[in-house]
Design a protein around this ligand. Structure first.
Ligand code: NAD
Length: 357
């Protein structure tokens, strides 16, 4: 059993179903603290639309400083129709981007694996999905999204830039991750046309061969990767890619799992501090009804224990508890497919009870 750990965890519930799902993940973390003898202190702060309403900013300075000094950050989701005016100068998602930037979180991890009980929830055939267990590592703070932008009346351009250092650091995250898994990385680029991709390819090769010689590397063009992800998802272990390709491929990969509500994510930097959140949004259509699926956020809490607090056994205890609840078909409406559905709180109760057993 791991040594007794003290940790300060900032909780940013955000908007819509965000506070509902983070509340369940906090209860699960409290159960972990009870069972394993840790001391977790939780501190709630504002982000997104809720922060705009209260302070006029999507990421108040108080939130940034609380997150910067925390051991980890658990986030729900931001946004909603109330703040979606395209002409507004302050928007909820600015809070998320600013938080990642302020904490220098350059690697986004999105695991996608499928519980056998959920094989039929995906639009892809069960035979193709069986055995799927992927982590996509996406570079998060460079590339075309952050390059110089120009616009004239009849033309526009977005500059895509990567430095060797930006590619090296995200490759190291992927390398370490692969060493704890099946030791295989597919690095995705468009090296047949893009100069940034050619730099990406040679840098990834250099870092992995010198620092992770036990990890097998394959390069794949992004168009081929998009196809193989649907044709044979079980062939991938770790997929490593740049910002825009990662943005698109992670959404494609999320469809393998059937429901957005099941999938966690982690955004990591050079130190242990990270931001952990489900991949879904604030789901305004079901907010306030108590029916949102909390499993993706609870699994994000497991990633928090593993990556920020170094508590692998505890992380596994959460993953096992969620898998047991799913096996017992403790399903919220999004995965119940018209069958009996439980509430957000009942799904949380199921995981808490199993953690405490
Ligand atoms: P969404 O993920 O919020 O919802 C898409 C659909 O999935 C909805 O039908 C919703 O009810 C369902 N869904 C999502 N999460 C669920 C859960 N945990 N349990 C059950 N059902 C769930 O995406 P959207 O509707 O495109 O966006 C809504 C708002 O969320 C927008 O304002 C958008 O900008 C924002 N958003 C935020 C994030 C984030 O905070 N990281 C990500 C995506 C979208």
């Amino acid at each position: 059993m791991s040594a007794r750990k003290k940790a300060r965890i900032v909780v940013l519930g955000g908007d819509g179903i965000g506070p509902e799902v983070t509340a369940e993940a906090v209860r699960v973390l409290e159960a972990i603290a009870t069972r394993y003898g840790h001391e977790f202190a939780f501190e709630s702060h504002l982000i997104g639309g809720a922060a705009i309403d209260a302070t006029g900013s999507a990421l108040p300075s108080q939130t940034i400083s609380a997150c910067g000094t925390a051991d980890a950050v658990l986030l729900g989701a931001v946004g909603g129709p109330k703040w979606s005016d395209p002409n507004a100068t302050v928007r909820p998602e600015q809070g998320l981007l600013a938080l990642r930037k302020a904490l220098n979180l350059f690697a986004n991890l999105r695991p996608v694996s499928l519980h056998p009980a959920l094989l039929d929830a995906s639009p892809i055939k069960a035979d193709i999905l069986r055995g799927t267990d992927i982590v996509v590592v996406r570079e998060l703070t460079g590339g075309i999204y952050f390059g110089e932008k120009h616009r004239t009346e009849d033309s526009a351009s977005d500059l895509c830039t990567y430095t060797v250092n930006e590619i090296q650091r995200v490759t190291r995250v992927a390398g370490k991750l692969a060493q704890g898994r099946r030791r295989s990385i597919v690095s995705i680029d468009k090296a047949n046309v893009l100069e940034t991709s050619r730099l990406w390819r040679s840098t990834v090769e250099q870092v992995l061969s010198s620092e992770f010689p036990d990890v097998k590397l394959e390069h794949m063009l992004v168009d081929a990767a998009a196809m193989h992800l649907i044709r044979k998802p079980s062939s991938f272990d770790v997929m490593l890619t740049e910002n825009m390709f990662g943005d698109i491929l992670t959404d494609e990969a999320s469809m393998l799992a059937g429901s957005l509500g099941m999938l966690p994510s982690a955004s990591l930097g050079a130190a242990t501090l990270g931001v952990y959140e489900p991949i879904h949004g604030s789901a305004p259509d079901i907010a306030g009804k108590g029916i949102a699926n909390p499993y993706g956020t609870i699994l994000s809490a497991a990633m928090l224990l593993e990556h920020s607090l170094g508590l692998s056994e505890e992380a596994e205890a959460i993953e096992k508890a969620v898998a047991e609840c799913v096996s017992k078909r403790v399903f919220t409406a999004d995965i119940a497919a018209g069958g009996a559905a439980v509430t957000t709180k009942q799904a949380g109760d199921c995981v808490v009870n199993r953690v405490l057993q």
